[in-house]
Design a binder for this molecule. Sequence first.
Ligand code: CXF
Ligand code: ZN
Length: 371
Amino acid sequence: MVSTRAALLHGPGQDYKIDTVELDDPGAGEVLVAVRACGLCHSDEHARTGDLPMPHYPMICGHEGAGEVVEVGPGVTSVRPGDHVAMSFIPSCGHCQPCRSGRAFLCDLGARLFDLGMISDGRVAHHLGDQAVARYSQIGAFSEYQLLNEASVVKIDQDIPWAAAALVSCGVATGFGSAVNRAEVRPGDTVAVLGIGGLGASAVQGARIAGARQIFAVDPVEFKREQALRFGATHAFASLDEAIGQIRRLTGGVMCDSVICTFSVMRSELLEPALTLTRKDGICVVTSVAPLSQSQADINLTMLAMMNKQIRGCIYGSQSPRVAIPRLLDLYRAGILRIDELVTETYSLDQVNQGYADLEAGRILRGVLIP
Ligand code: CXF
Ligand code: ZN
């Protein structure tokens, strides 16, 4: 049994409260990790605002984490105490059909992300007094220590700074993969990235590294547009209306080979302008999450068919965590993929509410919590 301080949500619409949670010892296939860093990804906000209703509270949020293995349970083979790990919000069981076919980002364990119990055996292993405690995406890295399934950790090299190890596991992997894998950006392409946060800036970088010739970033916040230009965008626009007019002019009416939706909150009414920005035969990727109650979209199906456009959903950048994380960290070490520059501010566990207030106010690209 380990006691740990953690940031807990007690219900939708509330702020985080710091409290002490008891973690059971690792069971079979489980790993106890000392959390060293966790990114403030906007997806946790969906649980806090109630956009994505969670089945259980209290819940520890934070899913973009990295840390050091302290103890492993029976049968754990991929890591041992002292190893450094990135936490993957999509587990990789290694046995299901998607895992066996090299598509672990669709691992069947994903269906259990918001279960209260451990994904190993369903038992409750996190306690606040006599209350059971849930963890966002079976991670919950806004905590000094965390008990995870082996399927949720990916061993990384020890020279990687903790913040980079954390960010690579969600925002960087998801954004980069949205461009490189799902939008299939090719050298010379024209790409639009809609919404610039950790995800959008990483999509811009993916497009740049894949050789895109024009990268259009769209965000209402001036600081975010400046950041996009720093990460490789060739143009930045403040609104979708402005983007549509300017991109029409800049592409001679052709529009973009691909459009990547990385809005902090996806909304149905954003899909139509995204499709307008997509050229005939082009690809429109939807990466960002919509509130569950507003997930239905209304689009012009005739235009979709007549113009041979594709709308593609995308989870985890459509790549397998155990393959993508080490590869992205190699690109980072080589100086090709910039991750340190994504971090605007670091916060202690007690400052988690301030961190999300800064994110909401557009003051930061990515905040990193150091528990
Ligand atoms: C989210 C996607 C929706 C489920 C939880 C995690 N991704 C990362 O930010
Ligand atoms: Zn995330």
